[in-house]
Ligand binder design. Structure first.
Ligand SMILES: Cc1cc2nc3c(=O)[nH]c(=O)nc-3n(C[C@H](O)[C@H](O)[C@H](O)COP(=O)(O)OP(=O)(O)OC[C@H]3O[C@@H](n4cnc5c(N)ncnc54)[C@H](O)[C@@H]3O)c2cc1C
Ligand code: FES
Length: 275
């Protein structure tokens, strides 16, 4: 009998990493192929389902970095190591690292938008010679909202990393990761740092932009203003989804099913999907 891709499976929570009060990474048991930028539908009976991007992967597990915003995510935050939840997926196309090899890679990500590209950054951090150069700009609200602090410190080794925060914290924040150990950061929006990106040839770049819709819009505008070709840009489009497998039409815009054809799009196609 063929496997029904709509059927959820039970996954065990192997580890929970608290980044901020509202953002945790859950390491969940999973065996199978998965790409950065793909997503799972995570569910809890009686509460519902939520699409969540893959933020990490390894032997026998995937990581999902979840922001606590409502019905389903609130309940997930009540779970501990050893508990289980239901998942379906992975769905969507994800990022294909083959598209970026031998290019000058630029990744600009904001907030939880770092999650879908984390796997791409990790891949080229480990296989640095597969890209000509690498610049990563990450933006967060304030120092206490910075996610993946350990990764940021590691990535700093062999790529140009610019960490930005919109503003300093108003009051010392109760977070588990030590903000005193943050890598050097700049205060300002990610868009301010686009002119500072140094590349040998703008035509030889691959650029990934992921974050809140406003951040993506202004970032792409900034890149185009600096003369980067639009066909070198990829974006990830987080649209409300339901089935995740092209059946319900919830995510459909014109002829495009974001859940199947995306959520990762070349900008030349993705810009037409902005409502
Ligand atoms: C492809 C994709 C990848 C995503 N990846 C992540 C991720 O890695 N981490 C993360 O924290 N969140 C991610 N999201 C957003 C996440 O799915 C929503 O925050 C989640 O569905 C909220 O569920 P809830 O029941 O807790 O909140 P609700 O009580 O349903 O609503 C709370 C808020 O979330 C919004 N929301 C509700 N349902 C969705 C939906 N299906 N898609 C988008 N927004 C919704 C509502 O407009 C409302 O503002 C992703 C969404 C998509 C479409
Ligand atoms: S979410 Fe159902 S068709 Fe895309």
């Amino acid at each position: 009998m063929s496997k029904n891709e709509y059927t959820p499976f039970l996954s065990e929570i192997l580890e929970v990493k608290k980044h901020t009060e509202l953002e945790y990474t859950f390491r969940l048991s999973f065996n199978g192929d998965v790409r950065p930028g793909q997503f799972f539908e995570v569910s809890l009976p009686k509460f519902g389902e939520a699409p969540i991007s893959v933020s990490g992967m390894g032997d026998g597990y995937v990581e999902l970095t979840i922001r606590k915003v409502g019905k389903v995510t609130n309940e997930i935050f009540e779970l501990y190591k050893g508990n289980t939840l239901m998942m379906r997926g992975p769905y969507g196309n994800g990022f294909d690292v083959e598209d970026y090899k031998d290019k000058e890679l630029i990744i600009i990500a904001g907030g939880t938008g770092v999650s879908p590209v984390r796997g791409v950054i990790e891949y080229f951090h480990k296989n640095r010679t597969q890209v000509k150069d690498m610049t990563v700009i990450t933006g967060f609200k304030s120092p206490s909202f910075v996610l993946f602090q350990e990764d940021l410190k590691n990535w700093n080794d062999n790529m140009k990393l610019i960490l930005t925060v919109d503003k300093e914290d108003d009051t010392p924040s109760d977070v588990c990761e030590n903000t005193k150990e943050l890598p050097a950061y700049q205060v300002g929006l990610v868009t301010q740092y686009i002119p500072a990106i140094k590349v040998k040839s703008k035509t030889d770049t691959a650029i990934l932009v992921v974050g809140p819709p406003m951040m993506m819009r202004f970032t792409v505008q900034g890149l185009l203003k600096e003369g980067y070709p639009e066909e070198n840009i990829w974006i990830s489009h987080e649209r409300k989804m339901c089935c995740g497998i092209g059946k319900c039409g919830h995510c459909k815009i014109d002829d495009v099913y974001v859940c199947l054809d995306g959520p990762v799009f070349p900008y030349t196609k993705g810009r037409l999907l902005v409502d």
